[in-house]
Design a protein around this ligand. Structure first.
Ligand code: ADP
Length: 564
């Protein structure tokens, strides 16, 4: 009846535990994980990250364009400041323009247009290139026509600008070393009145732009950028804008590391290099890939977190179950101990009352009753000592008193007081004690208690074959005390548990035998306090062997440590 109720309560507690774990922890954790996963999936890509990068790229392209423009404006202005006055002789004009060209190898042509006509000069060392020669022959005529018809409006327009320079759209030109793009700067000369139709102009050399100016600025920008961002390296390039749609994009100039592929973000030049465009991307990766890898990382982190939460839950359940099992063991312990106390007390009372009544006449019978009373009170004392020791150990108050001891003598004397009881229970008793054992520093009472516990267990847990062996010998620097029985044995699974407090095996004989489940945990504590260890070898149905090892050396150290 009692057992049933206990079982029912245990089941109820477990149910309550599961309910609490489920409602308070498992459900919210699972919901959290689920929501995070679905949210991440719906996100698809990190749009925010992508937009942010694109904006950053746009800014950088705008900045690059400004930088290129500024350079070209400055170069044009430097040339302009050296321009001859329209009122000098034709020879002087040619001379001055030649001077400008020789100072500025990045220009291929320089010209001056005024009322007397057009002076058009070309970089002398470039005249070997037949394409430049062709330009030299054809261009003056088209300028004359252009300035002749548009000159007046152009002059007006230019004088209204804060920087009175205009750039022609880029033109693709041929060169001996391949195609190139050039632009021509046309400007008015500041000292000349705005009433006169006078222009100066310089044409930038396509090869110089392609090989020096563009790559130089791109490289500078890329380096500047990578020095303030830790992550991916960027790359930039310049390409003809009208080739963008559908055509393969072929860079005119690129920073190192461009490789191939499309730009992530592009920007058309709108002032100096109208007709060209700037492109930017990451080296070796794309913003989309970055977004995807961010997603992967997020999933991974979420996965790991989920695993941790699950692990934590499993661990919590494990610990709580263990605590519950311990609580159950404790309540078993209370009822076991009450039983154990009641039986000897009842016996003592019964025999004492019988003696008191004076009904026992034979001396022999009286002796037997006295002996039973003594034996039962000894059992009571042993049990109470065990419990007291245990509570001292639990509270951390247990102290040992180590003294130089003849261990052979201690073991022999302890067994002596049990010899009669052992033999009376029909046990074959074998005692093998080596004679030449050294003195060991031990707490005598504690070692005796450990031995008594082991012997009592051997007696209690033997069924058919009643054998008890106690061996004491020296081996490898320690003294070994063995207690052997041919009893019910212990399964391998339970062998590691029997030293835990309150633990009793599931064997029916154990259930029907009184015990508190404290003995072996005391034995282990005592042995460890001596710097030693206790081990068990056992085969179910065949018997068990418990071995205490007390190291000679460290037992001594332990002793001195405890005394001081
Ligand atoms: P108790 O004997 O009071 O139950 P112990 O701590 O001494 O407590 O032992 C714990 C359990 O280990 C016992 O309940 C029993 O199941 C098992 N055990 C101990 N010694 C033996 C033995 N010699 N043979 C078989 N089982 C044993």
């Amino acid at each position: 009846m009692k057992l049933k109720r206990g079982k029912f309560l245990g089941g109820f507690n477990r149910f309550r535990l599961m309910l609490t774990l489920g409602l308070a922890v498992l459900l919210p954790a699972a919901a959290l994980i689920y929501i995070n996963f679905t949210e991440l999936r719906h996100f698809e890509r990190d749009k925010v990250l992508e937009a942010y990068i694109h904006r950053d790229f746009q800014e950088m392209l705008a900045f690059t364009e400004k930088k290129i423009d500024k350079k070209v404006y400055t170069m044009a202005e430097e040339a302009r400041d050296l321009f001859p006055s329209p009122d000098t002789t034709p020879q002087e004009k040619e001379q001055k323009l030649d001077q400008i060209l020789s100072k500025s190898p990045w220009l291929s042509h320089a010209f001056l247009y005024d009322e007397k006509g057009l002076t058009y000069r070309t970089q002398p060392q470039q005249m070997s290139d037949k394409y430049i020669r062709e330009e030299h022959e054809h261009m003056p005529e088209s300028y004359r026509v252009w300035f002749g018809s548009e000159g007046k409006t152009m002059v007006e327009g230019l004088h209204h600008k804060t920087r009175p320079i205009a750039f022609s759209n880029v033109a693709q030109v041929k060169r001996a070393e391949g195609d190139a793009f050039t632009t021509t700067a046309v400007f008015v000369l500041p000292p000349v009145s705005s009433e006169r139709i006078v222009f100066g102009g310089v044409t930038f050399e396509g090869c110089y732009l392609k090989q020096n100016l563009f790559p130089g600025v791109l490289e500078e920008m890329v380096n500047q950028k990578s020095s303030d961002q830790s992550g991916n390296q960027i790359a930039m390039m310049i390409y003809p804008a009208n080739r963008e749609m559908g055509h393969e994009i072929k860079p005119i100039a690129a920073s190192s590391g461009w490789g191939d592929g499309k730009p992530e973000v592009m920007r058309k030049f709108d002032d100096v290099f109208g007709g060209l465009a700037l492109g930017i991307k990451y080296q070796g990766t794309s913003v989309q890939q970055l977004g995807e890898s961010w997603m992967h990382r997020s999933f991974l982190i979420l996965g790991i977190l989920s695993l941790l939460i699950t692990g934590g839950l499993v661990l919590t359940k494990h610990i709580v179950s263990k605590e519950m099992a311990l609580a159950r063991l404790k309540s078993d312990f209370v009822s076991n101990v009450s039983h154990e106390l009641r039986t000897p007390l009842a016996l003592i009372r019964l025999y004492a009352e019988t003696l008191e009544l004076g009904r026992i006449t034979t001396q022999e019978k009286k002796q037997e009753y006295y002996r039973i009373i003594r034996k039962e009170s000894e059992r009571l004392t042993a049990l109470i000592n065990n419990i007291l020791d245990f509570s001292r150990i639990e509270a951390g108050h247990k102290e040992y008193e180590f003294r130089e001891t003849d261990i052979a003598n201690l073991v022999h004397n302890t067994l002596d007081s049990y010899r009669y009881q052992i033999e009376q229970q029909g046990f074959a008793f074998e005692e093998k004690i080596d004679s030449d054992l050294p003195a060991v520093r031990v707490d005598r009472e504690a070692i005796a208690r450990a031995l008594v516990n082991l012997v009592n267990n051997a007696l209690k847990y033997s069924a058919d074959e009643k054998f008890l062996g106690v061996n004491l010998y020296r081996e490898n620097g320690s003294v070994k005390l063995e207690v052997v029985d041919h009893g019910i044995g212990i399964t391998r699974r339970e062998q590691s548990k029997i030293f835990e407090k309150f633990y009793r095996t599931g064997d029916p004989l154990v259930h029907n035998t009184k015990g508190s489940g404290l003995g072996l945990s005391l034995v282990r504590h005592i042995t460890q306090a001596h710097g030693g260890e206790v081990a068990v070898e056992s085969i179910p149905g065949k018997g068990s062997k418990f071995t205490l090892s007390l190291p000679l050396q460290s037992a001594n150290q332990q002793a001195s440590g405890a005394v001081s």
